[in-house]
Write a protein that binds this ligand. Structure first.
Ligand code: ZN
Length: 363
């Protein structure tokens, strides 16, 4: 090898090395920033913050407005009963009186039920900041304060796939996308009744039925309180209502009255109550399945449990329904929801296409 060739080779190697070094020290751009901006738009480096905490029944809560001191942006929708928290690339979503927490539209196994005592009196469990934003939280119960660490430098973005725009997914593609799911009741068929399918008209809940119902006969078998409800696929339990208390008929009617006043936009927390006793499972690819109106849930099932497809999660019931609040055993059925990244996926399809997708996936 001649000398010029060696020099060129050495030069190339040096360039490669420089590129590699530059790349390794380049700041993370995909993740949330470790820096926050103050009110004047100036960038400040966050330090540990000390926030007041309130203890209620053994749980610690931050006042919602206090979270602003952590650089967290707050948005309350009083009408819908929702709270949105944003920090960098992370957006958390909470619902009044509901124990669910979604981060960038995927659910986390955290009981995030806010204390909702008025428009300006909303309290957020410390776990929401701890788990939702990956921040260290140290509660000092004696002093009534919590020390909160700065945002994590690394992003906890999701690596698995989900469609950018479900609207553009064909029937065949949607069947393929959901093909890892199986029937939530062993041996049951997708209902023969159009009114049991997603998109069927309803007088409340935004005017449409969101899920798929499994009733006796229409599903090709007997469905009652002895019917086991099983996980449609492997996933993480993100909600399991062990402590569900049935509403009174009066309470339910009152909620329906409020919902009617909102004309087609049922507040999230009322909608939540109408589902009765539920189990929610977060699966891969942004898919969430929700099992509603359960009579009872599996006693050992815990928040954060990893379940396998076919694992029993509970039994069919009528909790939260007109019959459930009356205490009778009529109208027993499983209401089964499928969401992708917290979105109702049925909008782009005709009723015939919805049936085609459901039968393609579950039958
Ligand atoms: Zn239903």
């Amino acid at each position: 090898m001649g000398r010029p060739v060696v020099m060129v080779a050495a030069g190339l190697l040096l360039i490669l090395l420089l590129v590699a070094v530059a790349h390794s020290v380049a700041p993370e751009v995909s993740g949330k920033s470790a820096l926050v901006q103050d009110k004047t738009g100036q960038t400040i480096k966050p330090e540990k913050e000390s926030l007041l905490v309130r203890k209620v029944e053994g749980r610690s809560y931050f006042h919602l407005q206090e979270l602003k001191r952590l650089g967290i942006q707050i948005d309350v929708d009083e009408e819908m009963g929702t709270v949105t928290l944003n920090e960098g690339a992370l957006t958390l979503h909470l619902v009044r009186e509901a124990p669910v927490l979604s981060r960038n539209h995927r659910y986390l196994p955290v009981d995030a039920t806010p204390l909702w005592e008025g428009e300006n009196e909303i309290w957020i469990p410390v776990e929401v900041v701890e788990v939702g934003f990956d921040r260290s939280v140290k509660v000092d119960s004696v002093k009534g304060v919590a020390t909160v660490g700065p945002p994590a430098a690394e992003a906890s973005a999701f690596s698995d796939h989900s469609p950018d725009s479900p609207e553009e997914i064909s029937v065949a593609q949607m069947i393929e996308y959901l093909s890892f799911l199986s029937s939530p009741i062993e041996g049951a068929q997708v209902s023969s009744q159009p009114s049991h399918l997603p998109g069927a008209p309803r007088t409340y809940r935004g005017g449409t039925h969101e899920g798929l119902d499994y009733y006796t006969a229409a599903s090709g078998m007997v469905i009652d309180t002895d019917t086991a409800v099983i996980a449609a696929a492997d996933g993480i339990i993100v909600r399991v209502d062990h402590d569900y208390v049935e509403m009174s008929e009066k309470q339910r009617n009152r909620l329906l009255e409020i919902a009617a006043r909102h004309q087609g936009q049922t507040p999230a927390h009322i909608f939540d109550k109408m589902r009765g006793r539920t189990v929610w499972i977060q699966h891969k690819n942004g898919v969430l399945t929700r099992y509603a109106h359960l009579d009872r849930v599996s006693p050992n099932l815990q928040l954060g449990d990893e379940v396998k497809r076919g694992d029993r999660v509970g039994y069919v019931g009528n909790s939260g329904t007109r019959d459930g609040v009356k205490g009778n055993d009529r109208g027993l059925h499983l209401h089964f929801d499928i969401l992708i990244d917290d979105r109702w996926i049925w909008e782009p399809y005709t009723p015939a296409e919805r049936r085609q997708i459901l039968e393609g996936v579950f039958n």
